[in-house]
Design a protein around this ligand. Structure first.
Ligand code: FES
Length: 168
């Protein structure tokens, strides 16, 4: 009999240790990833996404710009995410506002209320905002629309993350 031969007891304990280790790592990996993810998302948040909106075609009238963030990570899932912004020019500055209502998160439209054609309108509870995103007092929203980080490259509008409105 060889000295290196593994006893039944040793074999069993190695096998159990291996299986236990594998199961522990399987449970720990998502936790580690969960803990690290906010850091990763922060890095991703710094990048700008190109849209098909040409800066030359913008006027002082807000237009809806739809764009897609490829392979967006949401928890453990990765998928393309569709987004929208209301974009216009104020002089030479390109302004992009989030369409997410500050009341309960519905989507606002430009000129959606016939009586206030020069304002953003939220159809859910008749919330209204001025063109710079300022919420009209006396309507449900409790704050101004968020603003996108904007960059212009090769004549196109690029959008970054949203930030608190700086125009109001
Ligand atoms: S969700 Fe927009 S007004 Fe209520």
């Amino acid at each position: 009999m060889s000295k290196n031969r593994v006893s039944r007891r040793q074999f069993l304990s190695y096998t159990l240790m291996g299986t236990g280790g594998f199961m522990a790592s399987a449970m720990l990996m998502p936790m580690v990833r969960f803990a690290v993810d906010p850091v990763l998302q922060k890095n991703e948040g710094g990048s700008f996404i190109p849209t098909s909106q040409k800066v030359d075609e913008l006027t002082s009238e807000p237009v809806r710009v739809d764009y897609t963030i490829k392979d967006r990570k949401d928890g453990w899932y990765e998928s393309d995410e569709s987004n929208t912004a209301w974009v216009y020019k104020d002089g030479d500055t390109v302004i992009a506002l989030s369409p997410v209502c500050k009341h309960l998160g519905c989507t606002v439209n430009w000129g959606g209320d016939k009586e206030h054609p020069e304002q953003f309108f939220c159809p859910c509870h008749q919330g209204r905002y001025m063109k710079n995103g300022d919420n009209v007092k006396g309507t449900p929203p409790i704050g101004p629309l968020d603003e996108y980080e904007v960059k212009v490259e090769n004549g196109l509008v690029y959008l970054g993350t949203t930030k608190a409105n700086t125009l109001v």
